[in-house]
Design a protein around this ligand. Sequence first.
Ligand code: FES
Ligand code: FES
Length: 150
Amino acid sequence: MPVTLDVNGQRYTVEPNGRRLLGVLRDELELFGTKLACGEGACGACAVLLDGKPVNSCLLLVEAAVGHEIVTIEGLSAGRATAVQEAFVAEDALQCGFCTPGQIVSATALLERVPTPSREDIHEAMSGNLCRCGAYPKIERAIMRAAGNA
Ligand code: FES
Ligand code: FES
């Protein structure tokens, strides 16, 4: 039975077919910015905002996203880099870049909630986002910069 999803301000009708949100975003809506890495909720590469809160879309059943506002990395910027994205570039806060969309989604949610976060706030909010390249110090600096704390 088809359901309706609100993604980046647009409405889509999709067949859940037992799928997770990440599969629909990438395979059907062609929003490839959200990444599949572990596929089991352990890395945050697939993070999207659900009503402003970061969730791992690789775990979320499509039905559970119905009635919520979903924002992917593509929906954050509306054609222009956000302050968080600019700060990641300025601080060179990535190496391979695979984890970066999820990092930016989580950082954006943090700064919406806590505009001037402490280091502890950042560590807590970003604890679900792993970076195999170990870019953590630069990611932290980027978030501080975006918050105007750098
Ligand atoms: S791919 Fe979803 S948490 Fe790792
Ligand atoms: S920049 Fe490579 S995994 Fe984070």
